[in-house]
Design a protein around this ligand. Structure first.
Ligand code: G3I
Length: 324
C-alpha cells in the first residue's frame, strides 16, 4: 500500500501536485522535503508570472523560475507553467501604461516567445490565458488586454504560444466554473468556438478555490467536466484549496477532509482529469487569510508545522482506492 500521496498518485496514473515558492524551497527544509516526497508535479505560485519574469520592458529575469524548474528536475516532477496572459500580476510598466492595440499585441507576442523559448518545454503545459472571463459570464472587460486589444487577443496568444513551442499543452484556466452556470457556459461556448476555428487549445484548468461550505454536487460537476472533455480538451484541477471559515473547529476540519475526498473523487471518476494541483500544501504558506482579511484559513493538507491533517488522510485514502 502506498504511503505517500506521490506513490499513491503514481499508482493511479494521476499527476498530483502543488503550487510552490522558490523562497520557501530555498529556506525551509521541511517545505522542500515534503514537496519532493508528496507530489509528482509542481507549479510556481508567482515566479513565472509576467511581473516576475519581465519586471521592466525587455528585461527578463528567470532566476526564481529557473530555481523551481531545477528543483522539479532534481526530483523528477512534471511542471505546469503559470501564467502567460493575465490581467493581474502585471509590472508597473504595463499596469500604468497606455498602449495601442498594435503595441499591446507586440508586448504579448514578445513576452510569450521569450518565456516559452527560455523554458523550452521544461514545463509540459502552460496556462496561456488566465481568468479572461467575468464572474457573470462575458469578458472581463477591465482586463487591460481586453481593453487594448478586444476579444481577439485570446485566439492570438494561443496561436503564438503554439508557434513558440509546438510540443507543449496549452490551457485556458479560470475559477468559478466548477458547476454548470453562466460562467461555465460562457467558457464552454468560447472554447467550443475557438476550437472550431482551429485555435490550438489543448486543455482547460478548473481552479477549485472554494471554501468548505461549498459541498460540490458530484453528478453536476461530472456532467460539467464531461462536456468540456467531449470538446477534446484535457482537464486539470489547477489550484485546489478548501478554506475554513473562522472559528475553526475539529468538526469543520473533518468536513474539509470529506470535501477533499469528494473533489478528488470527482476528478478520478471523470476519467477526464489528468492532473490535480493544490494551491500550496501547508497552512504555513497560503494566500487565503490575507485575501479573506482573516475570515478564512487552514485550506491545505498539512498544518503550519508540516503535520498531515485529516484532509491529508482523506486524500491519501482516495488515491489509494483508485490505485487498487
Ligand atoms: O513581490 C512582492 C514582494 O517583493 C514583497 O516582499 C511582498 C510583500 O507583500 O509582496 C510581493 O508580491 C506579492 C506576491 O503575491 C508574492 O507574495 C503580491 O503583492 C501579491 O499580490 C501576490 O499575490 C499572489 C496573487 O496570485 C497575484 O499574483 C498570490 O500569492 C497567489 O497565491 C495568487 O495566485 C492566484 C493564481 O495565480 C491565479 N488564480 C487565483 C490565485 C489566488 O489569487
Amino acid at each position: 500500500m502506498s504511503s505517500t500521496l506521490r506513490e499513491a498518485a503514481d499508482a493511479c496514473g494521476l499527476l498530483f501536485g502543488s503550487a510552490c515558492s522558490p523562497d520557501c524551497i530555498a529556506n525551509e527544509v521541511a517545505y522542500r522535503e515534503t514537496l519532493a516526497r508528496e507530489f509528482n508535479c509542481l507549479v510556481a505560485d508567482n515566479c513565472m508570472k509576467f511581473d516576475a519574469v519581465q519586471p521592466e520592458r525587455g528585461r527578463f529575469d528567470f532566476a526564481d523560475a529557473d530555481a523551481v524548474v531545477a528543483f522539479a528536475r532534481q526530483h523528477r516532477m512534471k511542471m505546469r507553467g503559470h501564467t502567460l496572459v493575465w490581467h493581474n500580476a502585471l509590472p508597473d510598466w504595463v499596469r500604468k501604461g497606455e498602449f495601442s492595440k498594435a503595441e499591446a499585441l507586440e508586448i504579448l507576442r514578445e513576452h510569450i516567445f521569450t518565456v516559452l523559448r527560455h523554458f523550452n518545454g521544461t514545463a509540459y503545459c502552460w496556462d496561456v490565458v488566465n481568468e479572461a472571463l467575468g464572474e457573470e459570464g462575458g469578458w472581463r472587460e477591465k482586463s487591460p488586454w481586453y481593453r487594448w486589444i478586444g476579444p481577439d487577443y485570446l485566439p492570438q496568444v494561443f496561436r503564438w504560444a503554439h508557434e513558440a513551442d509546438p510540443d507543449i499543452q496549452l490551457f485556458y484556466n479560470d475559477y468559478g466554473m466548477e458547476l454548470p452556470g453562466v460562467k461555465s457556459d460562457t467558457c464552454y461556448a468560447l472554447l467550443r468556438d475557438l476550437l472550431a476555428d482551429g485555435v490550438p487549445i489543448h486543455g482547460v484548468g478548473f481552479q477549485y478555490h472554494l471554501g468548505v461550505e461549498n459541498r460540490l454536487d458530484r453528478e453536476a460537476c461530472l456532467a460539467n467536466l464531461h462536456r468540456f472533455h467531449e470538446l477534446g480538451l484535457d482537464i486539470h484541477f489547477t489550484e485546489l484549496d478548501i478554506s475554513i471559515k473562522r472559528p475553526i473547529t475539529d468538526a469543520l476540519r473533518q468536513e474539509q477532509a470529506d470535501e477533499y475526498a469528494n473533489r478528488l473523487g470527482i476528478a478520478l471518476a471523470s476519467h477526464a482529469v489528468s492532473a490535480v494541483l493544490l494551491w500550496g500544501f501547508t497552512d504555513r504558506h497560503t494566500w487565503i487569510p490575507e485575501f479573506t482579511k482573516g475570515e478564512y484559513d487552514e485550506p491545505l493538507l498539512f498544518d503550519a508545522e508540516y503535520r498531515p491533517k485529516l484532509a491529508y488522510g482523506a486524500v491519501l485514502e482516495t488515491l489509494q482506492q483508485c490505485g487498487n
